[in-house]
Design a protein around this ligand. Structure first.
Ligand code: IDP
Ligand code: MG
Length: 151
Protein backbone atom coordinates (compact mmCIF):
# COMPACT_ATOMS: atom_id res chain seq x y z
CA UNK A 1 0.00 0.00 0.00
CA UNK A 2 1.59 3.26 -1.08
CA UNK A 3 0.69 6.95 -1.04
CA UNK A 4 0.97 6.86 -4.83
CA UNK A 5 -1.80 4.28 -5.27
CA UNK A 6 -4.23 5.60 -7.84
CA UNK A 7 -7.91 5.06 -8.57
CA UNK A 8 -10.24 6.09 -11.37
CA UNK A 9 -13.46 7.69 -10.13
CA UNK A 10 -16.17 8.72 -12.56
CA UNK A 11 -19.39 10.66 -12.06
CA UNK A 12 -21.97 8.99 -14.30
CA UNK A 13 -24.59 10.87 -16.40
CA UNK A 14 -27.11 10.85 -13.54
CA UNK A 15 -24.59 12.47 -11.18
CA UNK A 16 -23.70 15.17 -13.72
CA UNK A 17 -27.37 15.84 -14.51
CA UNK A 18 -28.26 16.08 -10.81
CA UNK A 19 -25.46 18.52 -10.03
CA UNK A 20 -23.54 16.15 -7.76
CA UNK A 21 -20.10 16.52 -9.38
CA UNK A 22 -18.91 19.02 -6.78
CA UNK A 23 -20.21 16.96 -3.89
CA UNK A 24 -18.50 13.77 -5.12
CA UNK A 25 -15.25 15.57 -5.88
CA UNK A 26 -15.29 17.29 -2.48
CA UNK A 27 -15.53 14.01 -0.58
CA UNK A 28 -12.28 12.78 -2.13
CA UNK A 29 -10.62 16.16 -1.75
CA UNK A 30 -11.59 16.51 1.91
CA UNK A 31 -10.49 12.95 2.70
CA UNK A 32 -6.99 14.01 1.70
CA UNK A 33 -6.59 12.29 -1.65
CA UNK A 34 -4.64 14.12 -4.33
CA UNK A 35 -6.38 15.05 -7.57
CA UNK A 36 -4.23 13.99 -10.54
CA UNK A 37 -6.66 14.37 -13.46
CA UNK A 38 -10.15 15.66 -14.20
CA UNK A 39 -12.12 15.62 -17.44
CA UNK A 40 -15.64 15.98 -18.73
CA UNK A 41 -16.54 14.09 -21.90
CA UNK A 42 -19.35 12.18 -23.55
CA UNK A 43 -17.78 8.73 -23.97
CA UNK A 44 -18.17 6.60 -27.08
CA UNK A 45 -19.79 3.18 -26.90
CA UNK A 46 -16.47 1.54 -27.81
CA UNK A 47 -14.64 3.27 -24.92
CA UNK A 48 -17.35 2.11 -22.52
CA UNK A 49 -17.36 -1.44 -23.92
CA UNK A 50 -13.64 -1.59 -23.19
CA UNK A 51 -14.05 0.00 -19.74
CA UNK A 52 -16.80 -2.45 -18.76
CA UNK A 53 -15.45 -5.47 -20.71
CA UNK A 54 -15.56 -7.76 -17.65
CA UNK A 55 -19.36 -7.35 -17.62
CA UNK A 56 -20.02 -7.95 -21.33
CA UNK A 57 -21.91 -11.20 -20.78
CA UNK A 58 -24.27 -9.72 -18.19
CA UNK A 59 -27.89 -9.10 -19.18
CA UNK A 60 -27.74 -5.42 -18.20
CA UNK A 61 -24.61 -4.73 -20.31
CA UNK A 62 -26.35 -3.25 -23.42
CA UNK A 63 -28.44 -0.91 -21.27
CA UNK A 64 -25.40 0.09 -19.22
CA UNK A 65 -23.44 1.04 -22.36
CA UNK A 66 -26.39 2.89 -23.86
CA UNK A 67 -26.98 4.82 -20.66
CA UNK A 68 -23.36 5.68 -20.01
CA UNK A 69 -22.88 6.96 -23.58
CA UNK A 70 -26.07 9.05 -23.52
CA UNK A 71 -24.61 12.15 -21.84
CA UNK A 72 -21.36 13.55 -20.41
CA UNK A 73 -19.49 11.98 -17.52
CA UNK A 74 -16.78 13.47 -15.31
CA UNK A 75 -13.73 11.28 -14.77
CA UNK A 76 -11.06 11.83 -12.14
CA UNK A 77 -7.86 10.22 -10.97
CA UNK A 78 -7.15 10.38 -7.25
CA UNK A 79 -4.01 9.15 -5.55
CA UNK A 80 -3.16 8.34 -1.97
CA UNK A 81 -2.76 5.52 0.51
CA UNK A 82 -5.34 2.76 -0.09
CA UNK A 83 -7.08 4.97 -2.70
CA UNK A 84 -8.76 2.03 -4.48
CA UNK A 85 -10.35 0.34 -1.48
CA UNK A 86 -11.15 3.49 0.44
CA UNK A 87 -12.47 5.06 -2.78
CA UNK A 88 -14.99 2.21 -3.09
CA UNK A 89 -16.00 2.72 0.54
CA UNK A 90 -16.63 6.41 -0.13
CA UNK A 91 -18.87 5.45 -3.08
CA UNK A 92 -20.74 2.74 -1.15
CA UNK A 93 -22.03 -0.67 -2.24
CA UNK A 94 -22.87 -1.12 -5.96
CA UNK A 95 -26.57 -1.55 -5.22
CA UNK A 96 -27.81 1.55 -3.37
CA UNK A 97 -30.25 -0.69 -1.49
CA UNK A 98 -27.17 -2.02 0.31
CA UNK A 99 -25.12 1.21 0.48
CA UNK A 100 -24.64 2.60 3.97
CA UNK A 101 -25.83 6.12 4.80
CA UNK A 102 -22.83 8.43 4.69
CA UNK A 103 -21.63 6.96 1.41
CA UNK A 104 -22.36 8.72 -1.90
CA UNK A 105 -24.66 5.96 -3.16
CA UNK A 106 -26.20 5.50 0.29
CA UNK A 107 -27.06 9.18 0.51
CA UNK A 108 -28.14 10.12 -3.00
CA UNK A 109 -29.57 7.29 -5.10
CA UNK A 110 -31.97 4.35 -5.16
CA UNK A 111 -31.58 2.13 -8.26
CA UNK A 112 -28.45 0.14 -9.18
CA UNK A 113 -28.51 1.26 -12.81
CA UNK A 114 -28.40 4.91 -11.71
CA UNK A 115 -25.90 4.66 -8.92
CA UNK A 116 -24.13 7.95 -9.71
CA UNK A 117 -20.51 6.94 -9.77
CA UNK A 118 -17.83 4.47 -10.75
CA UNK A 119 -14.73 3.51 -8.78
CA UNK A 120 -11.97 1.08 -9.77
CA UNK A 121 -12.17 -2.28 -7.97
CA UNK A 122 -8.44 -3.15 -7.79
CA UNK A 123 -5.06 -1.51 -8.30
CA UNK A 124 -4.70 -3.39 -11.61
CA UNK A 125 -8.07 -2.29 -12.94
CA UNK A 126 -7.37 1.27 -11.77
CA UNK A 127 -4.16 1.40 -13.82
CA UNK A 128 -5.96 -0.12 -16.84
CA UNK A 129 -8.81 2.40 -16.54
CA UNK A 130 -6.47 5.38 -16.07
CA UNK A 131 -4.60 4.49 -19.30
CA UNK A 132 -7.89 3.98 -21.10
CA UNK A 133 -9.52 7.27 -20.06
CA UNK A 134 -6.36 9.39 -19.93
CA UNK A 135 -4.17 8.06 -22.76
CA UNK A 136 -2.08 11.25 -22.73
CA UNK A 137 -1.26 10.70 -19.04
CA UNK A 138 -2.18 12.52 -15.84
CA UNK A 139 -0.47 15.16 -13.66
CA UNK A 140 2.33 13.98 -11.46
CA UNK A 141 3.23 16.56 -8.83
CA UNK A 142 4.42 16.91 -5.25
CA UNK A 143 1.80 18.27 -2.92
CA UNK A 144 3.25 20.33 -0.09
CA UNK A 145 0.53 19.60 2.43
CA UNK A 146 1.03 15.83 2.22
CA UNK A 147 3.18 16.20 5.36
CA UNK A 148 -0.01 17.14 7.24
CA UNK A 149 -1.80 14.02 6.00
CA UNK A 150 0.81 11.27 6.13
CA UNK A 151 3.07 10.48 9.09
P1 IDP B 1 -19.36 -1.24 -9.47
O1 IDP B 1 -19.75 -0.03 -10.29
O2 IDP B 1 -19.72 -1.06 -8.03
O3 IDP B 1 -17.91 -1.63 -9.63
P2 IDP B 1 -20.02 -3.46 -11.22
O4 IDP B 1 -20.43 -4.82 -10.79
O5 IDP B 1 -18.65 -3.28 -11.80
O6 IDP B 1 -20.24 -2.47 -9.99
O7 IDP B 1 -21.10 -2.97 -12.27
C1 IDP B 1 -20.87 -1.82 -13.06
C2 IDP B 1 -22.14 -0.99 -13.09
O8 IDP B 1 -23.15 -1.74 -13.77
C3 IDP B 1 -22.75 -0.70 -11.72
O9 IDP B 1 -22.17 0.43 -11.09
C4 IDP B 1 -24.20 -0.47 -12.06
O10 IDP B 1 -24.44 0.84 -12.54
C5 IDP B 1 -24.42 -1.44 -13.20
N1 IDP B 1 -25.00 -2.68 -12.69
C6 IDP B 1 -24.42 -3.63 -11.93
N2 IDP B 1 -25.27 -4.62 -11.62
C7 IDP B 1 -26.44 -4.28 -12.22
C8 IDP B 1 -27.73 -4.92 -12.27
O11 IDP B 1 -27.95 -5.99 -11.71
N3 IDP B 1 -28.70 -4.27 -12.98
C9 IDP B 1 -28.48 -3.08 -13.62
N4 IDP B 1 -27.28 -2.45 -13.57
C10 IDP B 1 -26.28 -3.04 -12.89
MG1 MG C 1 -16.93 -2.33 -11.31
Amino acid sequence: MSASERTYIMVKPDGVERGLVGNILTRFEQKGYKLCALQMMQPSKSLLEEHYKDLNTRPFFPRLIKYMSSAPVVGMVWSGKNAVKTGRKILGATNPLDSEPGTIRGDYCIDVSQNLCHGSDSVESAEREISLWFPAGVCDYQRRYDSFIYE
